[in-house]
Design a protein around this ligand. Structure first.
Ligand SMILES: Nc1nc2c(c(=O)[nH]1)N[C@H]1C(S)=C(S)[C@@H](COP(=O)(O)O)O[C@H]1N2
Ligand SMILES: [Mo]
Length: 360
């Protein structure tokens, strides 16, 4: 963003009690210490928008499906989308590939350009909508289809392609409702994509068009942005680096950074996420103490964060650090350091969370 975002760029209130302001005027994280249930309430669900929220009328909105790999071009209206298809609901976490960019910068002793995210560019909702494959079926997916480009109706016409295999997955949805409510304007009304386990940028908001193609798409979001650019690795065709798809393993503690805790036994809670994989274990260490297992307190499934907790029985007054390391069923875990990339994406390191214990 070169110009400041207009005052009414975002529709919902973004109070500092609930959300972290990244300073762009468009991007607000969920405060980790204000995450309550498994689902993130809409009033604090993070927002990442490259342009102001467009005000779209459902009555005139159309979703167009076309391209050289469809049998026929079709347009679907809002009522048809909501009433002409089977509706499904799934719990899924959306995380921005740039989440924890500030922490990544601290780890590297530099500042990465881009949205200055702390830990809040991750949230979970119950998403209700229509399977993308059912929508694409109306146009007829030809055998030679390779990719689907999802295109937005916002000012920047944001778009990103999905390989057909991911587009046809059971849990790739055209979403019309979030946590049981009509999709809010900032989160993509009338309809958005939900691409489970992938970087948030795949889940295009304010969907207007789906283009099915027999060849690959090259757009800004898979050539310049949302790619891992590292001088040690050459560009991959038109892309300046490796295109980001599924996300890595991460965790957060549901405390402010830095945290202040009273003396006496504490229950420390948090979340862990592994993209398309399933979180299998969460471990923690207090100061230089041994690594122990935290209890996972929610059902672990692909594409959804888990909740975990541990008892800190005897926090002594003074300064401490808490560390958390999550593991998944693909054998991945958080590392000490994250491989460098120019744009500061995919931070996956174990972080030292500062906590001060003091008599209140
Ligand atoms: N049209 C459009 N879709 C978009 C974006 C955008 O700026 N415009 N941002 C993407 C990015 S980078 C993320 S992380 C998610 C954030 O979704 P949310 O704002 O509902 O949390 O939306 C994605 N979809
Ligand atoms: Mo993002």
């Amino acid at each position: 963003m070169t110009e400041p975002a207009p005052r009414d760029a975002i529709v919902k209130p973004t109070p500092t009690e609930l959300m972290e302001d990244t300073g762009s005027g468009l991007d607000f994280g969920t405060r980790p210490d204000r995450m309550l249930g498994l689902i993130t309430p809409i009033d604090r669900f993070f927002i990442r928008s490259h342009a102001p929220t467009p005000r779209i009328e459902a009555a005139t909105w159309r979703l167009r499906i076309d391209g050289d790999a469809v049998s026929r071009t079709v347009e679907i209206g809002y009522d048809q989308l909501c009433h002409g298809f089977e509706m499904v609901s799934v719990l899924r976490t959306i995380e921005c590939a740039g989440n924890r960019r500030v922490l990544f910068g601290e780890e590297r002793g530099r500042t990465f350009e881009g949205t200055q995210w702390g830990r809040g560019a991750i949230s979970t909702a119950e998403w209700t909508g229509v399977r993308l494959r059912d929508v694409l079926d109306r146009a007829g997916v030809r055998e030679d289809a390779v990719e689907v480009l999802a295109e937005s109706l916002d000012e920047v016409r944001a778009s990103r392609p999905l390989p057909v295999s991911k587009a046809l997955a059971e849990d790739t949805l055209v979403v019309v409702a979030m946590n049981g409510e009509e999709l809010p304007p900032d989160h993509g009304f009338p309809a958005r994509l939900l691409v489970s386990g992938w970087l948030g940028a795949a889940s295009i908001k304010w969907l207007g068009r789906l283009e099915l193609s027999s060849s690959h798409f090259h757009v800004p979001w898979n050539t310049e942005d949302y790619v891992l650019i590292d001088p040690a690795h050459p560009a991959d065709g038109p892309a300046q680096g490796a295109v980001i798809t599924a996300l890595g393993v991460s965790s957060l503690i549901e405390l402010p950074w830095d945290a202040r805790l009273p003396v006496g036994p504490q229950v420390i809670r948090g979340r862990a996420f592994a993209g398309e994989q399933t979180v299998t274990a969460v471990t923690y260490a207090i100061d230089d103490g041994p690594w122990r297992r935290a209890h996972i307190t929610s059902v672990a499934t692909p594409g959804l964060w888990v909740r975990w907790q541990f008892d800190w029985d005897d926090p002594t007054p003074g300064e401490h650090v808490l560390r958390v390391r999550a593991f998944d069923d693909a054998g991945r875990s958080q590392s000490e350091r994250t491989a460098f990339n120019e744009l500061g994406y995919m931070h996956a390191s174990v972080v030292a969370h500062p906590v001060t214990v003091a008599a209140s």
